[in-house]
Structures are given as structure tokens and as C-alpha cells.
Design a protein around this ligand. Structure first.
Ligand code: HEM
Length: 341
């Protein structure tokens, strides 16, 4: 039982009832400190109906593993957006949503990107992307990461202040991935401009997202892929461009470009937030700061802890393709209200 309520009071009984009715997805009172709510949820779980959006919460390790790994039963079609917006016209009641999801998945946001795809498409795309993350490529990338960090710090060190998210986190994460994908260095500034990641301290202009940022990337990467297919070199863009699926077929240039673009989207926001959260902890906890200064070998463990406690992703979503049961709780296929709620 927790001693903190969603509205900040400390009455244990109120806490239980508030946490029973709170909407995890929209209640801002959970943003700063969601942990008492998670404690409460764990007491109801490993699997429990939540009061809103027809969502079933899963906190048990075994059960979460089953949901995330069993692609026959659970679809990733809503992995990015959870219960929102859902399908416009879901069937009234059916225990088998497989055909409906297959036919209507394009309705859901980010449906063109691998994170929302199911097998066998997901497996094919994942196979292509895994070619990027070889130990050799990671080692080369690490060298570039050190240089990038130095260059970024040089940009604002003399000003004595910087906006962590915008002036460091976003731009740094963006260029790390640009390097990983082999975007030529002369293109880096353009990528930063398009993502609004140029330094803005001291009256610099804030670059707005004037267009869909992934739109720019897909267009640019499609050009890269087409160029490299015509004139292969020994860079990583060429490797991705020439990569074939397991059955030997070559993906359309735009599919490859979407995968590369997704890496930017997936890696940038998450990494920038972890960097920001880490600096936040260091700023507010002089004891931790002193400990890291005393012994910098503690930094990797510190980052792991930041990721665990303050990580940017606090839930993952899947949709049941067929009605199923998990830890004694019936999970209806598709998006339907939980019984009795
Ligand atoms: C601290 C940083 C990061 C966090 C917390 C994070 C978190 C996550 C989570 C929770 C998922 C699973 C989403 C789901 O299936 O429901 C995911 C997927 C993914 N992430 Fe990250 N991520 C981070 C950094 C990155 C970076 C740097 C990259 C690439 C350079 C990346 C690429 C991907 C890709 C490609 C997927 C989809 C994988 C698939 O569908 O098989 N992520 N990430």
C-alpha cells in the first residue's frame, strides 16, 4: 500500500481509491513521480483491468515477456500510441481480430515503421537493421561519439550556460545516429537544422518543426539509397542500401529509407531525455555529483540507474489479436471496454 496519493496528500485509503480510478495515460499528477502508482498497480497485478480506454495492465515479468514475445497472439500495431487513437470502427465483438488488424493497421499512427509491424514483415526489417549494429560498427561509432561530445561542448562552454535538451541532448543524439548511419559530415548541419537542433542560447533562433521531421528524413534517405545503389561505395549507407531480405529480395528504396529514419526518431528523443535526466540528477544531488567526480568509472552504472528510474519510456503497448487469458485474466481480442468498467 502506498502513502502518497495522486493529488499529493498522504492519506493511505484515499491513495488506494485515487489510484484505482486515475487515468495513467492522461493524469498529469503522475508525471513527476509515477512510482507510488506503479507500486499500487503491482499490488493488483500481475495482470489487471485498468479503468480507462479498455486497457489491461501487465506488471509481472513472465506475463510481460509473454505479451512482448508472443507475436501470434499480441500485435505491435499500437506499440507507439497505446490506446490512442485506436481504430475508427472496431468490430462490435469478435474473439479473432487478426484479419481486422491486418486490413486496417494503416489507420494507426506510425504504421509504416518497423516498431508497429508484426511478423513476418517485422522480422525482415529487423534483419536489415541488425546489420548496422555490428561490434565493429559500434566501436567506430564510439570514437565518433567522443569527438562529437567535445565539439558540442565547445559550442557553448564559453557562454557559461546552455539549454541541456535543445543545445546538447537532441543535437548530440541526432549526430550520433547520423554517424552510425554514415550520413556524410557535410550533411550534418542540414540534419541539425531540419531537426531544430542548432544551439539557441543567447538569442539564437529557435528552429520550429516546420514540417514532419521524418518526412524530410525519408525523402533524403530515399535519395541516399538510390544514389548508393547506382554508385556503391564502402560506406554504411551503401551497406544498408544493398542489403537484401532473408529470401534474397531487395526492399524498395523508400522502405530502407523509412527504417533509417525510424532510427533517428527512436534514438533521438529517448537518448536526449536520458542525457537530460542524468544531468538533472547530477545538478540536484551534489553527493552523486561528487561521487562521480571522485570515481568516473561509476558513470556507466549511474547512467543505467537513470535509465531504470527516470527512463523516457514508462509503458509499452500491444493489442490482443485473439481473445486470450493471462494470469487468470481474460484479455479480449482488439479494443473493447473491460467488463464492468
Ligand atoms: C535510452 C534510450 C532508449 C530507450 C529508453 C529506448 C526504448 C525503446 C523501447 C521501450 C522500445 C520498444 C517499443 C515497443 O516495441 O513497444 C524501443 C524500440 C526500438 N528502439 Fe529504442 N530506445 C532507446 C534508444 C534507441 C536508440 C539510440 C536507437 C537507435 C539508434 C533505438 C532504436 C530502436 C528501434 C529500431 C526499435 C524498434 C525495435 C523493433 O521493433 O524490433 N532506440 N526502444
Amino acid at each position: 500500500m502506498t502513502d502518497q496519493t495522486v493529488d499529493g496528500t498522504n492519506d493511505t485509503n484515499d491513495a488506494a481509491s485515487d489510484f484505482d480510478t486515475v487515468d495513467f495515460f492522461t493524469d498529469v499528477s503522475l508525471v513527476d513521480d509515477p512510482f507510488p502508482y506503479f507500486d499500487h498497480l503491482r499490488e493488483q497485478c500481475p495482470v489487471a483491468h485498468l479503468p480507462h480506454h479498455g486497457v489491461i495492465g501487465v506488471t509481472g515479468y513472465e506475463e510481460a515477456h509473454e505479451v512482448l514475445r508472443n507475436n501470434e497472439v499480441f500485435s505491435s500495431c499500437n506499440a507507439v500510441t497505446g490506446p490512442f487513437p485506436g481504430f475508427a470502427h472496431p468490430p462490435e465483438a469478435t474473439d479473432d481480430m487478426r484479419e481486422f488488424i491486418a486490413e486496417n493497421r494503416a489507420e494507426l499512427p506510425m504504421s509504416e515503421y518497423m516498431v508497429t509491424q508484426d511478423n513476418p514483415t517485422h522480422q525482415d526489417h529487423r534483419g536489415l537493421i541488425m546489420r548496422l549494429f555490428t561490434p565493429r560498427r559500434m566501436r567506430e561509432n564510439e570514437e565518433a561519439i567522443w569527438q562529437l561530445a567535445d565539439r558540442h561542448i565547445d559550442e557553448f562552454i564559453d557562454k557559461g550556460r546552455f539549454e541541456v535538451m535543445r543545445d546538447f541532448g537532441q543535437s548530440f543524439a541526432l549526430l550520433v545516429i547520423a554517424d552510425l548511419l554514415g550520413v556524410p559530415e557535410e550533411e550534418h548541419e542540414e540534419f541539425r537544422k531540419q531537426f531544430g537542433a542548432l544551439p539557441t542560447v543567447d538569442g539564437g533562433e529557435t528552429q520550429a518543426f516546420a514540417q514532419d521531421p521524418l518526412g524530410f528524413l525519408v525523402t533524403r534517405f530515399t535519395q541516399f539509397v538510390e544514389e548508393r545503389r547506382r554508385n556503391p561505395t564502402d560506406d554504411i549507407v551503401t551497406q544498408i542500401s544493398l542489403a537484401a531480405y532473408g529470401d534474397g529480395s531487395v526492399p524498395p528504396a523508400e522502405d530502407v529509407a523509412r527504417m533509417a529514419s525510424f532510427l533517428f526518431a527512436a534514438g533521438q528523443d529517448t537518448t536526449a531525455r536520458v542525457i537530460t535526466a542524468a544531468l538533472h540528477v547530477i545538478a540536484e544531488r551534489p553527493d552523486i555529483q561528487a561521487s562521480l567526480r571522485d570515481d568516473p568509472t561509476r558513470i556507466p552504472n549511474f547512467i543505467e540507474e537513470v535509465l531504470r528510474m527516470e527512463g523516457p519510456v514508462k509503458s509499452a503497448a500491444r493489442m490482443a489479436r485473439v481473445t486470450t487469458e493471462l494470469a487468470g485474466v481474460q484479455i479480449p481480442g482488439g479494443r473493447r471496454r473491460s467488463p464492468g468498467r
